[in-house]
Design a protein around this ligand. Structure first.
Ligand code: BTN
Length: 254
């Protein structure tokens, strides 16, 4: 890793723990106990109670990356949710650059709202949470399957190891992720979600195609138009009506 790639350490502080329940939970505890936890990156070698989106468990096998970044809440919660797109874009660039470095072929895509797919299988996920008595902070939790791939029935999951990156370790993924997160976070702070949104859409899977979204309450099928500035998915159903979806699981009709 060149010094260039360690530039993010000028802004962020890094805390590496041997074992933790969840790096997001640890980040929230740090916020509750400290006066200035801004820009702290909490990373753990082992996570024993990893959390996924929608109350799910994040299977956290050793050798994978578990990291939570604490940033100040500088905008409305709606706008702060844009950070999940900042993060998935950063994951896209970091994982792409690793494949390039190791001269391995891969197809990397982004699946709404914030999954990263390698060869159409999920390799990373993001969980955003607020922290602090008055939600003064946002914790951006990122999990990447680096060495091990959890077996979850009915889910198409992989690890970077299984996709050919046999000599990669989680510290390299962390460095690269933070390098790009730093870059796109700065862009976002400069009020440029418009650029991040465009880059994210270019790399998203299923754009312009017919997809099905399961919100947990109902299933909606239609054309994936784009995302709005709150990160909601815009889908046009057969009647022509356009829905803005906040949350849900996307299924591709291919
Ligand atoms: C998802 O469901 O796709 C989101 C998964 C987020 C997992 C990461 S691992 C680091 C951080 N700590 C947690 O407990 N969860 C996030």
């Amino acid at each position: 890793m060149s010094a260039n790639n360690l530039r993010w350490l000028a802004k962020f502080h890094l805390l590496i723990l041997d074992e933790v329940d969840s790096t997001n939970e640890e980040a929230k505890r740090i916020v509750a106990s400290d006066n200035s936890p801004n820009y702290l990156v909490v990373c753990a070698k082992k996570q024993i109670a990893g959390k996924g989106r929608n109350g799910r468990v994040w299977e956290s096998q050793e050798g994978n990356l578990f990291v939570s970044v604490i940033v100040p809440k500088t905008a409305s919660l709606e706008e702060m949710s844009q950070l999940s797109f900042v993060s998935s874009l950063a994951l896209y660039y970091s994982i792409s650059s690793i494949f390039q470095n190791y001269s391995e072929q891969s197809s990397i895509t982004l699946k709404w709202p914030n999954d990263v797919l390698v060869n159409d299988k999920k390799v990373a996920g993001i969980l955003l949470e607020t922290a602090g008595a008055n939600s003064e902070y946002v914790v951006v939790g990122v999990g990447v399957n680096v060495k091990k791939c959890p077996m979850i029935q009915g889910k198409n999951i992989t690890s970077l190891f299984d996709e050919g990156l046999h000599f990669l370790d989680s510290s390299e993924v962390l460095n690269r992720f933070m390098t790009y997160f730093y870059k796109y976070y700065q862009l976002w702070i400069a009020d440029q979600f418009i650029e991040i949104r465009e880059k994210w859409l270019k790399r998203s899977k299923g754009l312009g195609q017919i997809i099905t979204v399961d919100s947990g309450f109902e299933r909606v099928s239609g054309k994936f138009l784009d995302i709005d500035f709150s990160g909601r998915l815009r889908i046009q159903v057969a009647s022509g009506q356009i829905f803005h979806l906040n949350t849900g699981e996307v299924f591709f009709n291919d």
